[in-house]
Design a protein around this ligand. Structure first.
Ligand SMILES: [Zn+2]
Length: 326
């Protein structure tokens, strides 16, 4: 994660890079901002840059150290978060971290530790951290992530350099979603509702996916070649631009793939949460017809990928699905 990959926090990145160049990186930082705004990415970028053996104020991305940080297996980075079945970060976790930080770094110039969410440290854990912040073992770099610095002990706050992260702009959320491989149409739909948080954008994506799945299944169930309007209505409702159409076709491929499995007597299906709707698709046609339709959807996807007119391609496909068995 080079600093260039971080969007929306240019001023913070400038400050951190200057501190790296001048060798004045703080021992303890408190990064405050909403979940999903880029605090952890920035913390990792800072550590990666600090550990990089090539560049003074950024991560080169190529040296062994940069690769290990990127792969999540650098021995000198520690993460402290509540254990899976616990609400808070315990004093035992803090003690283990302190022991670890007191050892020499394995390969990096300094050891480092990210604590998240810092406001969930138990009182004992927070008091124990206080001592570490007063006398950092070795030259350790400790970064606390929090949604609200006001929830931390004032004595912890005063020992850290506070950096406030703003919410991401919708434009930045959209760009980051697209970089993560989400289709442009979906990204532009999610970004304005994300509240400036990538985490919220991903949660919305899951919800909107469930809604869309229902919509597509309902439209397929209503197809009736005897009522051609039903076909064109469905096409109107479901087709969109090229990216949206490809997403629709991917969804239909997964439905008909499941329908083929059910028709073949296998219950190994991907869309378990909508199994009754898949069963009704499957039972409408014979096994061979389900297979044939699956192939037609693949062909349509191939054609749209090669810039066939999306609307016409979907019209044609839905007519095929609606048609009675030949
Ligand atoms: Zn490097």
């Amino acid at each position: 994660m080079a600093f260039a990959d971080i969007l929306g926090h240019e001023r913070i990145v400038d400050v951190l890079r200057r501190s790296l160049r001048t060798g004045k990186t703080a021992h303890s930082y408190l990064f405050e901002g909403i979940s999903g705004c880029g605090r952890k990415k920035t913390a990792l970028a800072l550590i990666q840059a600090l550990f990089c053996s090539v560049l003074p104020d950024d991560a080169c991305g190529e040296c062994p150290s940069c690769r290990k940080v990127a792969n999540g297996n650098h021995a000198d980075i520690h993460f402290i978060e509540p254990l899976p079945d616990k609400r808070d970060i315990s004093i035992d976790q803090l003690r283990a971290m302190q022991r670890e930080l007191s050892l020499r770094a394995y390969e990096a110039p300094r050891k480092s530790c990210i604590i998240e969410p810092a406001e969930r440290m138990s009182v004992n854990a927070a008091n124990s951290l206080l001592k570490t912040l007063e006398e950092p073992p070795g030259d350790a770099l400790i970064i606390l992530l929090t949604e609200n610095a006001g929830m931390l002990l004032p004595t912890i706050r005063s020992r850290c350099q506070l950096i406030r992260f703003s919410h991401l702009s919708p434009e930045h959320v959209q760009t980051l979603l697209e970089r993560a491989g989400i289709a442009a149409g979906t990204a532009s739909f999610l970004a304005p509702m994300s509240g400036g948080s990538m985490q919220q954008a991903y949660e919305l994506d899951n919800e909107s996916l469930a809604v869309r799945r229902e919509l597509v299944l309902t439209a397929i169930a209503k197809l009736d070649i005897g009522r051609i309007a039903s076909v064109f209505d469905a096409s109107e409702e479901l087709s969109g631009n090229r990216d949206e159409t490809l997403e629709l076709l991917d969804m239909m491929i997964s439905f008909f793939r499941d329908a083929v499995h059910l028709a073949a007597g296998s219950s190994d299906i991907l869309n378990r949460s909508v199994r009754p709707a898949i069963e009704s698709i499957s039972s409408r046609h014979s096994f061979n017809r389900n297979l044939e339709l699956l192939n037609k959807i693949y062909e349509t996807r191939y054609a749209v990928q090669r810039n066939a007119n999306s609307k016409l391609a979907i019209d044609h496909l839905l007519m095929n699905i609606a048609a009675a068995e030949a």
